[in-house]
Design a protein around this ligand. Structure first.
Ligand code: AFP
Length: 378
């Protein structure tokens, strides 16, 4: 793939990424100090879009990196800017669903054996096009492609982008929120192809998602807190709307496909019964990004357990569970697969599935306690 020169101005993050010291830690409570103009709050702070004080996602990333990595070359921020461009293209198509011929099946199945929607195909092409052309990309891994796509095998190819271009796509035809999820990894020296991608989640350099809902929101972490930006349609830019996002320690809802609960392992059923007996409500959209976004803002827990149909869980470790786990932990929450922290799982294949329990810290601790007791008793 031919790439244009994409070097950004001095001061953005390039060779140096945010700290990668996530090994063995459940929650990273580090606070991140931004310049006063961005006004960090200990709790998630909502910004109303004030035209005199707009902070775009690009400005925000550059400002973060200027403070932390003054010698950086801009490669990393260029990657994130490629993602925001792709997601703006995707959202523009989604907003025209029903007007243009973009609803329905594309007539093929993807590597997961799932029917590809026309918008799945478009979203995949948009990300491949916008991110693949950026300098420093070594490999791209998409839910929609069986094999990793090699872009640059030279030492200049430093980053691996793993993504689900359109999560929840079976919901598009009925006008329900969908999303894009991505994770950025550093390619280990002299390692190429699939083995370069098979890294534990704690090695992620950055992760994020976009939820195409009543508004379009971009949420990302580069290991220094979680920040949310709302697409301002008038100017076509993502504008800072949630600074230093923190997930509430508890919520009052759980999110799972209860239709499968008869086939959940006992510990998951015990945990659900426990929550019901404490008066919890249920909310399930069936679009992971949308379900997660609600939990990030309001607290609670999302569960996709092993089921009879999917004994290893349904969700994908590398481009669904890991990026959301990174964001959850950065926001003070947690994410596990049974008794194992999601970000400690060593992947064995790029499309590997995993069970997932993710959400507020206290909720996941409750689950973990019940699950561990059941394992000991078994
Ligand atoms: P689709 O992309 O095929 O709609 O799948 C969405 C998804 O991967 C994830 O976004 C949901 O949380 C989960 O599947 C829903 O699965 P169930 O339909 O089995 O509840």
């Amino acid at each position: 793939m031919r790439r244009p020169s994409a070097r950004l101005s001095r001061g953005s993050l390039g060779d140096q990424e945010p700290g990668q010291d996530y090994r063995g830690r459940f929650a990273n409570e580090k606070d991140f100090a931004l310049k006063p103009a961005l006004c960090v709050a200990p709790q998630t702070q909502c910004y109303s879009a004030n035209e005199h004080m707009l902070v775009t996602v690009q400005q925000h990333i550059l400002q973060q990196q200027e403070d932390q990595f003054p010698a950086a070359r801009g490669n990393f921020s260029s990657l994130l800017s490629g993602m925001t461009l792709a997601t703006k293209m995707i959202q523009a198509k989604i907003r025209r669903a029903g007007l243009a011929d973009i609803l329905g099946s594309a007539g093929a199945t993807n590597v997961q054996g799932e029917a590809q929607q026309k918008l799945d195909v478009y979203a995949n092409q948009a990300v491949l096009h916008c991110v693949g052309a950026r300098e420093s990309v070594a490999l791209l891994v998409s839910e929609e492609n069986e094999e990793p796509i090699t872009i640059d095998q030279s030492p200049e190819g430093k980053y691996i982008i793993v993504f689900d271009p359109l999560d929840g796509s079976s919901n598009i035809d009925v006008n329900v929120s969908v999303g894009t999820i991505f994770s950025i990894l550093r390619r280990p020296d002299d390692v190429h192809g699939e083995s370069a991608v098979l890294q534990e989640g704690w090695k992620q350099v950055a992760a994020g998602y976009v939820v195409y809902g009543s508004s379009t929101i971009f949420v990302y972490t580069a290991g220094q807190g979680v920040f949310g930006f709302t697409l301002e349609p008038e100017i076509g830019a993502f504008v800072l709307s949630f600074a230093n996002m923190k997930m509430p320690m508890r919520g009052n809802t759980y999110s799972t496909n209860e239709a499968y609960s008869d086939t959940f392992p006992d510990s998951y059923r015990t945990y659900l019964n426990n929550m019901r007996s404490r008066g919890y409500g249920s909310r399930y959209i069936g679009s992971l990004v949308a379900d997660f976004h609600r939990i990030l803002l309001k607290g609670g827990v999302f569960l996709y357990p092993p089921t009879k149909k999917n004994p290893h869980g349904k969700l994908r470790l590398l481009y669904e569970a890991n990026p959301l786990a990174f964001i959850a932990e950065q926001a003070g929450g947690q994410a596990v697969a049974g008794s194992q922290r999601i970000m400690d799982i060593k992947p064995s294949s790029i499309h590997q599935r995993t069970p997932l329990v993710i959400g507020s810290r206290e909720e996941v601790i409750d689950f973990h306690r019940i699950h561990s007791a059941a394992s000991v008793g078994a």
